[in-house]
Design a protein around this ligand. Structure first.
Ligand code: 8Y7
Length: 280
């Protein structure tokens, strides 16, 4: 369980791993379209790999709060060339950030070895596609849909409800034929959650380990930092690194980040403090 086979490329999860975020979208909230061009996206990926990323998560659909959906054709045009080029150039696992079965199929054919689905395989045909492709899948919790999810998120008990949701999705994935060893879970920080919900989830993150799947956490530059500290997106680096370390300390095995170099450096220090395999 400590090594994921990502389409023939190994991801060692005996120690925390860093997933670098590569947005190939014109409207991504923190990169603001800067990495729109293919060349820029590839240069940005090269830089994250040089900085020590263990994998790269390539997304062509913005899931920021309020974002509208992107047709499959456009998503494919954004991500496929980038996946092909990076797959040819680097040996590390590549993740595709998508909810669409046709994008999953084409991305894996182009060299992706991991599916990151913020909708936890709930789109029609997604369970079947993921089962067929035999690559690891991250199942993420979200309350509502990106367009409306931050309107008025309500939970009775956020940690318990997120755990229940992920338990149901893990079962659905396994019933569809996806091996338990290929499943990763994620509480979905910021996806239909207030600051108070996000903080409670972060403090209680280790409780998700009762589900037996490695935990992925994405906190980088998120609006919870803005709500907590009042900083705009370009000033959230230090808080993002702190949150990545806290997530790992509380049981996360993969952190999804924009700022790979600073996160890798902080985690190097964490690993020296906690040389045991689970940080005990
Ligand atoms: C997450 C994510 C985003 C996350 C996983 C952003 C695609 C918003 N956030 N995937 N994606 N977990 N697994 O701020 O938290 O990067 S998009």
């Amino acid at each position: 369980m400590t090594v994921l086979d990502c389409g023939g490329r190994r991801l060692d999860l005996s120690r925390p791993a860093v997933m670098g975020i590569l947005n190939v979208t014109p409207d991504s909230f923190s990169d603001g379209g800067v990495f729109l061009s293919r060349e820029n996206a590839i240069a940005h990926a090269r830089q994250m790999i040089e900085a020590g990323a263990d994998m790269i998560d390539i997304g062509g659909e913005s899931t920021r709060p309020g974002a509208s959906s992107v047709p499959a054709q456009e998503e494919l045009e954004r991500v496929l060339p980038v996946i092909e080029i990076l797959h040819g150039e680097f040996p590390l696992p590549l993740s595709v950030d998508t909810s669409k079965p046709e994008v999953m199929r084409a991305a894996v054919a182009a060299g992706a070895g991991f599916i990151n689905d913020v909708r936890a395989l709930r789109e029609v045909g997604a369970l079947e596609a993921a089962a067929e492709l035999q690559v690891p899948v991250c199942l993420m919790h979200m309350q509502g849909e990106p367009r409306m999810m931050q309107e008025n998120p309500v939970y009775r008990e956020v940690v318990a409800e997120v755990t229940d949701f992920l338990r149901v999705r893990l079962k659905a994935a396994q019933d569809a034929g996806i091996a338990a060893e290929r499943l990763v879970i994620d509480p979905g920080f910021g996806f239909g959650k207030t600051l108070a919900h996000n903080l409670e989830l972060l403090r209680g993150l280790d409780k998700l380990n009762c589900l037996g799947a490695p935990i992925l956490a994405g906190l980088s530059r998120k609006s919870m930092i803005g709500h907590a500290l009042g900083y705009p997106v370009h000033r959230r680096l230090h808080a993002s690194v702190a949150l990545a370390i806290l997530a790992v300390q509380n049981g996360a095995r993969i952190v999804r980040v924009h700022d790979v170099g600073p996160t890798v450096e902080a985690l190097r220090m964490w690993k020296i403090v906690y040389p045991g395999s689970r940080g005990e």
